[in-house]
Design a protein around this ligand. Sequence first.
Ligand code: GRF
Length: 203
Amino acid sequence: LAVVVLISGSGSNLQALIDGQQGGDLPIVIRAVISNVPDVRGLERAEAAGISTAVLNHRLFDDRAAFDTALMALIDSFDPALVVLAGFMRILTPDFVRHYLGRLLNIHPSLLPKYQGLHTHARALAAGDSEHGATVHFVTEELDGGPPILQARVPVLPDDDDDRLAARVLKQEHKIYPEAVRWFASGRLCLDPDKRARLDGKL
Ligand code: GRF
């Protein structure tokens, strides 16, 4: 399955996908890694794996629509069957989301629908939650509101701070994201016309 991965930073989720591809247990070919931020660690990870990289700096565009139009053209030049957002820190326009509907995945570091948006770990701590986690979901026009596919739960421990909790969640992200991509690549996962996620035909 031809995949394009979009990143903005460290790319540890990208690395989990690269490891899966290289280990042979993930039937994907990452055709390109695109970052909206220059010089990030994720680009180095892609280069180290021999994957094509591109930077499309959103700061060089007049507005969100112009950036997204250029991003779509760049992605489509690699003709992917799946676009994976892996720490891509940009809100996407409805046009973009519609263009990739059903083949656009994201991972969000919370147990959605809890804590959409930013600073999820701090918010879970501030709320005194006893558990926290991450969610893989299809991207729809509703920000962090698309249908969930797979969640991982972790306990919140008494001496947790932001970093410790984030690290515990991230470790689980590296398991569930490749798993969801594997489901999609093997044709087990799709978005149905009512915008609900189906695995093996079931909701
Ligand atoms: C992850 O926590 C992901 O859930 C969020 O951004 C972070 C990206 O980390 N969307 P990385 O770049 O994959 O290391």
